[in-house]
Design a protein around this ligand. Structure first.
Ligand SMILES: Cc1cc2nc3c(=O)[nH]c(=O)nc-3n(C[C@H](O)[C@H](O)[C@H](O)COP(=O)(O)OP(=O)(O)OC[C@H]3O[C@@H](n4cnc5c(N)ncnc54)[C@H](O)[C@@H]3O)c2cc1C
Length: 625
């Protein structure tokens, strides 16, 4: 077994190589190391402690300055998409880059080749900075509810974009408030008073030179949020804004000059694919906040001491030695690895699906639609829970902004909502599964061949929950209830309960394959055992009903706790292999001397301490009698 304390740089590097091979299979490890050292030379591109004291305007300016520097860096070194993605992992706060990512993914999918040949260079050189405007203040989850209109005028060959109601105002649009000069507006296409439903239009919203909004006071920033404080989010309303006919992104549908419409695929289906792409992007990049939080929490847990050691009363116990501290952090660490190992499969499937759709083959649509929702719901829900656990495991100091954990938590939280609210997409996905029984996923569960080991019980649980739900659905149907009623009022709770076991059943073969093929099989198998045992624990009541014996249960759980002992000696090794630099962590708790760091920052950086008696508050503190 590897020992962190004794490891050589070479062992650490080859372990890191394994991790990065799973995250970025198309980047060599040498390239990753080169990019890392290039970015580490650019101290101006990292946040510092002042970040925690800045007000909203200062934060936004800082974030945009970083985004501009980032884009220059990308151009200077001519970085490809994976390289850019790796670099953005050093900027957990710069979400304007994420918004641009969602915009680019959607455009590259929805625009025809002719449109792309015009826009691609402008986008790659950051002359066009775009956002994706779907959500309206009156509704975000239901695409069918979009009210914004795009009315075709054949005499002028333009679309007139209009927000007919208050509820049709676009809201929550990443980057639209300040940064972007183009946006993809999802609006109902109307030709000769016929409504063809939601379609995407690429529309200029700011002057490319002066950056002045083209629609005046109807475009702005939505205001303070729980997190993502450095990022601008926009609202917009359109009053008969005229945009050329070429604004309609027309890979899958076209309108000719006279206003005749034809389509190859259903627009709703293709717009759902843009969400699917966004979900896969979210899943792919969500290792970052958890790896950051675990690096902070584990480093601090090896540093912090509480209560005398049972063997030597003169020595204090490191908090990592407590079993329950390990129980807070090690399952999250094992989940981080297993989620990374499961992700590559869905990224590959997504790329494959896009290639096929561009060749007008939609055979992978249902599979990727279901799996992207399943992965996104599981990964975002659990990462957010795990970051909060990291914060708690750092006690009071974890609650300081300077721990870095609050920002990680608050910025990760909305991923449970954007790119499809987790509940809504889970219900939709299970509905699809029960009603269409897509062969590949259905058979994978119903005909699984795991007859032993703890994972067998996960499959048994998924199978039994799916069967029960299917039976209930068929009964409700036979009583004459409509699908809408059933899926809205009768079985949503059971559908959501299926999400976790279903994810595990679908993802497990890919986790297993990666671990089995790794030269670090022994080290990674420990993580797999912990991951599965802890997931079983979440479903203990159901598994007992399914018949898992006391002996078997105790065996898996005590094996997991035994692994904790090994991991307690090595867990820093497992997390340091992610090579997250202190500059990016920006946390007092991740330093080798957290107490000194906390004291000097409180004393010198905190503006409240800038004078002995605060000039504005002093009179409140004087004795009142
Ligand atoms: C940080 C952030 C960034 C965003 N960025 C963008 C962006 O760039 N572009 C963009 O277009 N949008 C963006 N959004 C909007 C986002 O996509 C929507 O907020 C999201 O789709 C959820 O929709 P909603 O807000 O209308 O929630 P609602 O649908 O109103 O959900 C509210 C509650 O109702 C429940 N609910 C709703 N429908 C159902 C149902 N059928 N069954 C069961 N429960 C249901 C939900 O689960 C939830 O609990 C962003 C949002 C956030 C928070």
């Amino acid at each position: 077994m590897l020992k962190w304390q004794k490891n050589t740089k070479i062992i650490m590097e080859s372990f890191s190589k394994e991790i990065y091979k799973a995250i970025y299979p198309d980047l060599t490890f040498e390239r990753i190391l080169t990019l890392r050292s290039l970015i580490l030379e650019r101290k101006d591109l990292f946040l510092d402690y002042n970040f925690y004291y800045e007000n909203r305007e200062e934060l936004i300016v800082r974030s945009l300055t970083h985004a501009a520097a980032f884009s220059r860096f990308v151009q200077e070194y001519d970085l490809n998409a994976s390289e850019q993605e790796y670099l953005s992992s050093f900027y957990p706060e710069m979400s304007v880059v994420t918004s641009i990512g969602y915009f680019k993914d959607s455009l590259y999918f929805l625009a025809s080749n002719t449109q792309l040949s015009f826009y691609k260079h402008l986008i790659d050189t950051f002359q066009i900075i775009g956002s994706y405007s779907q959500s309206e203040i009156g509704g975000g989850s239901d695409l069918r509810k979009i009210e914004t209109e795009a009315i075709y005028d054949p005499t002028k060959k333009v679309f007139i974009i209009n927000s007919p109601t208050i509820t049709s105002s676009k809201f929550w649009i990443g980057g639209l408030g300040l940064s972007t000069n183009y946006t993809i507006i999802i609006a109902k296409l109307i030709i000769n008073e016929v409504d063809y439903g939601p379609h995407p239009f690429l529309v200029q919203i700011r002057n490319l030179r002066s950056h002045k909004p083209l629609s005046g006071e109807n475009l702005g920033e939505i205001g303070p949020k729980m997190g993502l404080t450095s990022s601008d989010y926009g609202f917009s309303r359109y009053e008969f804004l005229s945009t050329p006919k070429s604004s309609l992104l027309d890979r899958f549908w076209q309108v000719d000059d006279e206003g005749n419409y034809r389509k190859t695929f259903e627009p709703m289906q293709m717009l759902n694919i843009t969400h699917t792409i966004a979900r896969v992007r979210t899943v792919k990049t969500f290792w970052v906040p958890l790896a950051y939080a675990l690096t902070i929490a584990l480093k601090y847990s090896y540093f912090r001491e509480q209560f005398p050691s049972p063997t030597d009363p003169n020595k204090e116990t490191k908090i990592i030695e407590y079993q329950i501290q390990q129980y807070k952090l090690f399952p999250a660490l094992s989940r981080l690895y297993c989620m990374i190992f499961a992700t590559q499969h869905i990224v590959g499937l997504m790329e494959n699906c896009i290639d096929k759709l561009k060749k007008l083959d939609d055979s992978l649509f249902t599979e990727i639609y279901c799996l992207s929702s399943l992965y996104k719901a599981f990964v975002t829900t659990r990462v957010v829970e795990d970051i909060e656990m990291c914060r708690r495991s750092c006690g009071g100091h974890g609650y300081m902004m300077l721990s870095g954990l609050a920002v990680l938590y608050n910025n990760s939280l909305p991923a449970c909502t954007y790119a499809g609210d987790n509940t809504v997409i889970t219900v939709e996905m299970i509905k699809n599964l029960i009603m269409n029984k897509p062969e590949k996923i259905w058979n994978m569960i119903m005909m699984h061949n795991y007859s032993e080991g703890p994972i067998r019980w996960i499959y048994e649980l998924t199978k039994s929950l799916l069967r029960k739900l299917d039976k209930k659905y068929q009964e409700l149907k036979s009583r004459g209830l409509r699908n809408e009623e059933i899926w809205r009022e009768k079985i949503q709770v059971e559908a959501c309960a299926l999400m976790e076991p279903l994810f595990l059943s679908v993802a497990y073969p890919y986790i297993k394959l990666t671990i089995e093929n790794s030269p670090y099989f022994k080290e990674l198998k420990i993580l797999e055992d912990i991951f599965i045992a802890c997931e079983l624990k979440r479903h203990e009541a159901n598994l007992r009903l399914l018949g898992i014996s006391d002996n078997e249960w105790d065996f898996y759980q005590s094996k997991c706790l035994d692994h904790f002992k090994t991991l307690a000696e090595n867990s820093l090794f497992y997390i340091e292999a992610f090579m997250i630099p202190e500059e990016a962590l920006n946390s007092v708790l991740a330093k080798s001397n957290p107490y000194e760091e906390m004291l000097w920052t409180s004393k010198l950086l905190n503006p409240i301490n800038s004078s002995k008696i605060h000039k504005k508050l002093g009179h409140n503190f004087r004795p009142k009698l």
